[in-house]
Design a protein around this ligand. Structure first.
Ligand code: ADP
Ligand code: MG
Length: 240
């Protein structure tokens, strides 16, 4: 790959006090790619995503998105450039309907109320299979519906890059397939997707390429077959 990486993470480091959470991690992601990010608990996956989305500042390295250096941009500016992420722990406004939960980020992203905003929210809810629940309070949602709403909220900013942080944890196998289908569909519509996931079957099926973190270092990168056959990756998971 040459200079035109869509997202170019260059030797990013992050410390929490004396603890090194990320040590010079580099990633290059192509536009339209389905990229998997895996690694044992505590290996730095969420921290890396926080650095990419701007929730956290890096201590070193650079992050370039579509040829723009975003390393020091605040999160809301990165969101406006097209970077969205779902949170590992969904936090919707439980006393609001699903529709209202989506109207807030849509209006925020557009910086204005416009007449099409309800249609747009309904469209996104439809995309994640929650169209019929638009007027239900989000407190009444099941776990999988909550995950879908979390993805819908990330979609509100019309992102070019969507990072899904463990959207499948704790779901049944059929529900995992349901979320997978949504992510495949979003990717078909041109959205680049980074999937962080503990459910191997899902990451392997979804990802064109996978990077593996262990203790804040990238220990492997390659296609699903390559990763499955990698002894260093196997050791990292066995040690968990
Ligand atoms: P993963 O998402 O791969 O499970 P995280 O990125 O959440 O891992 O965490 C990586 C390491 O950094 C863990 O040891 C975690 O305890 C630590 N960590 C994450 N966030 C913070 C924080 N805000 N303050 C201190 N330590 C943190
Ligand atoms: Mg995490």
């Amino acid at each position: 790959m040459t200079a035109e990486a869509f997202l170019d993470v260059q030797e990013v480091t992050k410390r929490f006090g004396g603890f090194q959470a990320l040590g010079a991690v580099s990633l290059r992601i192509r536009q339209g790619e389905r990229f998997g990010l895996i690694g044992p608990n505590g290996s730095g996956k969420t921290t890396l995503i926080n650095c990419i989305s701007g929730t956290l500042r890096t201590d070193g390295g650079r992050i370039v998105f579509e040829d723009q250096d975003i390393t020091t941009l605040p999160a809301y500016r990165r969101a406006r450039l097209g970077i969205a992420r779902s949170f590992q722990i969904p936090k919707p406004f439980t006393s609001m309907t699903l529709l209202d939960n989506l109207l807030i980020p849509i209006e925020y992203a557009r910086q204005a109320h416009h007449d099409g905003v309800v249609d747009e929210a309904m469209g996104i809810l439809g995309q994640v299979g929650l169209g019929a629940k638009a007027h239900v309070l989000s407190a009444a949602l099941t776990q999988i519906e909550m995950r879908k709403l979390e993805l819908a909220r990330a979609m509100a900013a019309r992102p070019k890059l969507l990072v899904s942080d463990e959207a499948m944890a704790g779901l049944s196998s059929a529900e995992v397939d349901d979320i997978l289908a949504i992510l495949f569909d979003l990717n078909t519509h041109g959205i680049t997707i980074i999937m962080i996931e503990h459910i191997m079957r899902a990451v392997m099926r979804f990802s064109e390429r996978i990077a593996v973190l262990d203790a804040g270092e990238k220990i492997a990168e390659g296609g699903p077959e390559e990763i499955l056959a990698n002894e260093r990756v196997e050791r990292a998971y066995l040690g968990e």
